[in-house]
Design a protein. Structure first.
Length: 330
């Protein structure tokens, strides 16, 4: 029994045809208002984000997500400043226009309403919510699910084209509050509260997603399921045999650390593995029934006799038939 009416495939709508979708994470430089911002010109921050996006694009990913990962320690949703929304909106818009791939937004921590405002201003395609339903104890403290407020804010902005990508049993925190709810129940909770895509993650940034948990989430879901951490060229075949795609960053950085630049060669290596999941291009063949019909039609014309073939419209065919034993007509 379902918990929400069937939905359009958000992954297919945003990223186009194909089987496994790979989304590269742009870890932004520190933004104004965050502890590590030192007054650098924002044009440098925006240029870095665009260059990272271009490296991902050259490697062949299907989309990008812009994230204020250098704003650590992250603020709780109600403490995220207007300066963060302003900088993220400009940055996401630059990436969208100059890189030309679908773009998502993740304002940390769990600032889904802020992400929606950024997405609306920047023309982005989706937002990520690390805690969509229920609640958990995150690094930032007690964090409640964003779904009720975010869904209403999306309607207020008339941003229905922006999809919700929602984590299930998210990393970086304790889930003791919902320990009496199975993974299956948490999946159904997220679907019931109008998520569009579900995300399974490891325990930390870059940590590999547990395959048994991924299988449990995928088995309970009616929505697409992607992984949100830990995918690499080495484990992609195992993980993508279950998941519909992945959000990837750390394994594609030059030395495997999230704060390092993207390595285009590592991206290409991963995408070479991903391409093995693509179905072969369909062969164009005339249906058997159509071929038989064509032969039967020609046979009926032959049986029509010399009277029909003597008609001006068929004289060429008659001459061709009588001369068939000779050289073909040029």
């Amino acid at each position: 029994m379902g918990v929400f009416p069937p939905k359009e495939d958000a992954l297919g709508r945003i990223f186009g045809p194909g089987t496994k979708k790979i989304i590269g994470v742009i870890h932004s430089k520190p933004l104004p208002g965050s502890p590590h911002y030192r007054g650098e010109p924002l044009e440098e921050v925006y240029r870095f984000a665009v260059e990272e996006g271009e490296r991902y694009r050259e490697g062949g990913v299907h989309g990008l997500i812009v994230e204020n990962h250098w704003d650590i320690p992250f603020a709780k949703p109600e403490d995220i400043g207007l300066e963060t929304a302003a900088a993220m909106a400009v940055m996401a818009n630059r990436v969208k226009k100059e890189v030309g791939l679908p773009v998502g937004v993740n304002v940390l921590a769990n600032g889904v309403e802020c992400s929606l405002a950024v997405a609306k201003a920047a023309g982005a395609d989706f937002v990520r919510s690390n805690q969509w339903v229920n609640a958990y104890v995150a690094n930032e403290g007690f964090v409640e699910g964003a779904a009720p407020r975010a869904a209403r804010y999306r309607a207020l902005l008339r941003a229905e084209s922006v999809s919700f990508f929602a984590d299930v049993h998210v990393k970086h925190g304790s889930h003791a509050i919902v320990a009496d709810r199975s993974i299956e129940e948490q999946v159904l909770d997220a679907e019931f509260f109008d998520a569009d895509v579900l995300i399974a993650t490891g325990q930390r940034t870059g940590g590999e997603t547990d395959l048994s948990e991924l299988e449990e989430i995928k088995g309970a879901a009616s929505l697409p399921v992607i992984v949100g951490s830990g995918l690499s060229a080495e484990n992609a075949k195992r993980i993508l045999s279950i998941a519909d795609g992945a959000i990837v960053a750390s394994s594609l950085k030059e030395d495997g650390n999230w704060w390092s630049p993207v390595s285009t060669e590592k991206v290409k290596r991963l995408m070479g593995v991903v391409e093995s999941f693509e179905p072969p291009a369909p062969r164009c063949r005339l249906p058997q029934r159509g071929r038989h019909r064509g032969r039967r039609a020609r046979a009926r014309i032959r049986r029509a006799g010399d009277g029909l073939l003597g008609h001006p419209l068929f004289r060429g065919h008659d001459r061709e038939r009588r001369l068939r034993g000779g050289s073909p007509r040029p």
